[in-house]
Write a protein that binds this ligand. Structure first.
Ligand code: B12
Ligand code: SF4
Ligand code: SF4
Length: 309
């Protein structure tokens, strides 16, 4: 068993050994400023039809509501920047969705992480999350010193840009906290705001989720995408990376080492015709473990039709 003074370095070494690229720690406390930001975001309806964003408000701003007695929030980042590009003529898929679904890949790693902590430190209370839980992951990443929230709303690291997934582990273990990231390296740049085709990027790092292409192509379950968006999607069929691709900090992106994020051949090489001819049966087999399954076959077909209209 480890001594308490060894806990923090054990956490950080374990994170790296499991394939995470960054690990930062913040003291678990109520997120006072985020409470205000989140309330205003919801009040403005920027969640659109993502009704789940209105649930569990109290849990989102207070980690001790998710893990009783929470003392530390460990934030982990995992690079997903692919080494290969998709066929540029084909309907475009966001880079995060080239390989295996990150929810599954990261969930497995978090499970092992908690197991290792219990084996080496003892019985602790802890829960790991990525994306699907009511946790303000970007805010915790800033509080853990990993980077800043850019004008495009994304968490940006100074060394490697923003093509990272975020995961959090909330625990009742007392750990040494890192200093929050207080600087902002966007400066006078406005490239993301200028490039966003649907004007979803508002002042003060606020994203109108209800106008984001990612929302329309992945989260919106309606049969039709609103007509006023016609001609604005720049061939995006699933998600959108425009505000990250134009960001100068992503010149520093390096390809991921995670084998599970290796792009599917179909993602890289399918032509527009291949997508259009794809049957539901084949979709279910090819994209069984891919993030594309969130849109379902009907969603992908709807998006393709919208790009053509
Ligand atoms: C809902 C959601 C969406 C919605 C709404 C987007 C939004 N901006 O809220 C939609 C579907 C549009 C979306 C799109 C995308 N998403 Co999304 N999404 C989420 C989800 C589930 C919740 C986000 C949320 O709480 N929104 C509410 C608003 C109010 O919170 P927020 O955007 O996180 O903003 C907070 C911070 O910016 C903070 N903040 C602002 N300034 C400052 C300054 C300081 C000092 C601090 C401390 C905090 C701070 O204030 C806000 C809250 O108080 C998170 C996972 C999670 N549980 O966090 C993933 C998540 C944010 N998404 C992610 C990704 C990858 C994307 C896409 C790139 C996917 C794609 N390629 O299509 C796009 C990017 C769009 C964009 N420009 O933001 C990643 C972000 C990784 C990163 N490096 O930042 C996350 C963290 C998922 C994950 N686990 O990796 N997403
Ligand atoms: S992901 Fe695309 S649509 Fe959404 S804010 Fe960024 S550029 Fe705009
Ligand atoms: S494009 Fe410019 S303004 Fe936008 S996030 Fe990147 S550095 Fe910041």
């Amino acid at each position: 068993m480890l001594m308490p003074f060894e806990y923090t370095s054990f956490i950080k070494t374990t994170a790296m050994s499991l394939g995470f690229d960054y690990c930062g720690i913040a003291k678990a406390q109520k997120l006072e400023e985020d409470e205000r930001r989140l309330a205003s975001w919801l009040k403005n309806g920027f969640n659109g039809k993502m009704g789940y964003m209105e649930n569990y408000f109290d849990l989102r701003i207070d980690p001790s509501k998710l893990v009783p007695g929470a003392k530390s929030v460990i934030t982990l980042l995992m690079n997903y920047f692919p080494s290969q590009e998709q066929n540029t003529e084909a309907p475009q898929i966001s880079k995060y969705a080239y390989g295996k679904d990150y929810h599954e890949v990261i969930k497995e790693k978090l499970k092992i992480f908690l197991q290792l902590v219990k084996e080496n430190i003892g019985e602790i209370n802890g829960r790991g999350f990525t994306d699907s839980a009511p946790v303000l992951e970007r805010s915790w990443a800033v509080k853990s010193g990993l980077g800043w929230v850019g004008k495009n709303g994304n968490l940006i690291t100074k060394d490697n840009g923003s093509f990272f997934f975020i995961a959090t582990l909330i625990t009742d273990l007392e750990l040494e906290a890192d200093n929050p990231f207080v600087k902002d390296y966007c400066g006078t740049c406005t490239k993301c705001i200028d490039a966003c085709p649907t004007e979803a990027i508002l002042p003060n790092k606020v994203i109108d989720g209800s106008k984001c292409i990612s929302y329309f192509t992945i989260e919106l379950k309606d049969m039709l995408i609103p007509g006023e968006m016609k001609g604005k999607f720049e061939n995006k069929m699933f998600g959108c990376d425009i505000c990250q691709e134009v960001c100068p900090w992503n010149r520093f992106s390096k390809p991921t080492n995670e084998i599970e994020f290796t792009p599917l051949n179909e993602v890289l090489n399918f032509s527009k015709d291949d997508w259009e001819e794809l049957t539901e049966e084949s979709f279910k087999i090819i994209f069984k473990k891919s993030p594309l399954k969130r849109s379902k076959f009907e969603g992908i077909k709807r998006n393709l039709k919208f790009l053509d209209s």
